[in-house]
Write a protein that binds this ligand. Sequence first.
Ligand code: PMP
Length: 353
Amino acid sequence: MKKWEEHVRRVTPYTPGEQPCDPDMIKLNTNENPYPPAPGVRKALASLDTDRLRLYPDPSAGKLVKALACRYKVGEDQVFVGVGSDDVIAMCFQTFFNSGKPILFPDISYSFYPVWAELFDIPYETPALDGDFRIVKEDYFRDNGGIIFPNPNAPTSLLMAQKDVEEIVARNQGVVVMVDEAYMDFAKGPSALELVKRYDNLLVIQTFSKSRAMCGMRIGYAIGSPRLIRYLNDVKFSFNSYTMSLPALELGTASVADEEYFRETIGKIKATRERAGKALKEMGFVYPEPSANFIFATHPRHKAKELFEALKKRHIYVRYFNQKRIDNYLRITIGTDAEMEALFAALRDETGE
Ligand code: PMP
């Protein structure tokens, strides 16, 4: 070890899903949207005045904040935007989880949460999901330093009922509760955004990456009480004032403007999810009721790891987690109908089912 390495900050990083450079692949491994962003996004990019790149972008991200505030019927002082929801959540961890008490999130959940907790030296505990992969709300009715959970949960795709979400928020008014709604647009809902008016300790986090098909642009946001948003902005401006680039502000705003395309795309993905569920069931797969743009499936007679590897050889990428309790499951992103048909043909072939 070199002398200088003695004082290097060591961390175990998050492992993102593979982004292979395979032109023939069917990519169902990172919950991307199979459809392009709204047509207005393409137009906004084509008409972007590159001379404006000479200037710093608006540090308050005003245009995008205004569009989101209007879309979700909240005040502009209730919206915080960041470089994908990963950036927003990381900022929230730094801003709100400082009590020294353990924060709580489910044992099977977004695997970035423990990474941020370690990075920021935040103690944490991970209450176990029950045997059906449901979050047990009572586990969150105890002293803690804050709470975060995805709804629908990832990678299970399961939705928690609004009354249970509300009970967790209501019973934890002494700490900040974050509901990570990366996949809520694909669920029957309702979103916890409805609760923001009543609970000033609630932050709802959403993203342009899934339902708006813009993960390449990196836009996420949090909506909550003006007090929470003010604290978040204070931390952001102490770190990097210009998190949102000019293209992100322009293209994000163009996306929000096209509500019809947004609904249409989500409708198509939900319809494909319905058909995909049936096809998987016919082959003998079982899965929790899916509420996100993915299905979390297991098969009683075929090992998930072997299927994952066999599919990969056929250039079909799904996600496999080598983690206790879920190591016999595949997380399958909903692609186009044609992509799903190719997946089912491959699975029928591999399983003989
Ligand atoms: N939360 C959950 C539950 C996710 O699955 C993801 C996607 N990996 C994110 C947040 C982050 O998404 P993004 O940074 O692209 O907005």
